[in-house]
Ligand binder design. Structure first.
Ligand SMILES: [Zn+2]
Length: 261
């Protein structure tokens, strides 16, 4: 069996060579065999047996030569909606900052996560391979990287989702709407009231956002992600480029409202 280089990180050390010998029992499906080596099915883009494409249901026989391909990048999505497992809270906030629909709850158990992903048609993002091997799960992805910024880069590179920075509440995932200052005036601390003029409010939780002191750090995240996405877009086919071009994103950045109350 030859496993794509991008997937060898999932194999046991010592089994990461160009070709590995795998015993087959004549009963297990190829999908099961690949998964038992440690590669989640969500990360597999295709299977080739003796030069022919096969499905995961294929039953391998002695002497078969199998190639395991990685999921394509970019990987098209029906809709760019995500659900993050409990360990990826920092990544969830970064995705929301970029306007992506990223559901997250720090108390969800594995069954909850699979049920919610299926019911809401969200791609489950996790670093738990066992979770990605759940039979019931409709779509998921293994997130690479230990640091949230690296994880963000991985998700953007893989799915190239359309971005709309500063349009979503980083706390609850609700959508932000511009709000006139007099309408929220009574919610502001005196210092904030004096200093800031442009505000937005979360439609879901009512939290008020404005251009705050940590705006520069947040803008750096948005700028970095937008640049990474632009690079990934150039590599993608025309058909996969969504309507939101870099010009519109830049306009949003300039009129956006980093910071939070
Ligand atoms: Zn909110």
């Amino acid at each position: 069996m030859t496993v794509a280089a991008e997937l060898r990180m999932f194999l046991r050390p010592g089994r990461r060579g160009d070709r590995i010998a795998v015993a087959c029992d004549g009963v297990s499906s190829l999908g099961h065999v690949v998964e038992s080596l440690g590669v989640p099915r969500t990360e597999v883009g295709g299977l080739t047996v003796n030069g022919h494409e096969e499905t995961p249901r294929y039953r391998p026989r002695g002497g078969d030569v199998v190639q395991v391909h990685a999921a394509p990048r970019p990987q098209p999505l029906a809709s760019a909606r995500f659900l993050l497992d409990v360990h990826l809270g920092a990544l969830a906030r970064r995705l929301r900052l970029l306007g992506l629909d990223a559901a997250y709850a720090n108390d969800a158990d594995d069954d909850d996560l699979v049920s919610q992903a299926n019911a809401e048609r969200r791609v489950l993002l996790t670093q738990d391979r066992g979770l990605l091997c759940r039979r019931r799960l409709w779509a998921g992805a293994y997130v690479r990287g230990a640091r949230p910024d690296d994880q963000l880069r991985d998700v953007l590179d893989r799915f190239v989702p359309p971005l709309a920075p500063w349009t979503r509440c980083t706390v609850c995932n609700g959508q932000l709407q511009p709000v006139a200052k007099p309408l929220i005036d009574q919610l502001l601390e005196p210092g904030t009231r004096r200093t800031y003029q442009v505000f937005a409010r979360c439609q879901a939780c009512g939290r008020v956002y404005w251009q705050g002191a940590h705006a520069a750090r947040l803008k750096a995240i948005v700028d970095g992600a937008s640049a990474a996405r632009a690079a990934a877009s150039r590599a993608a086919s025309e058909a996969w480029l969504p309507g939101a071009g870099s010009t519109r994103e830049t306009a949003r950045l300039e009129t956006g409202w980093p910071g939070q109350g």
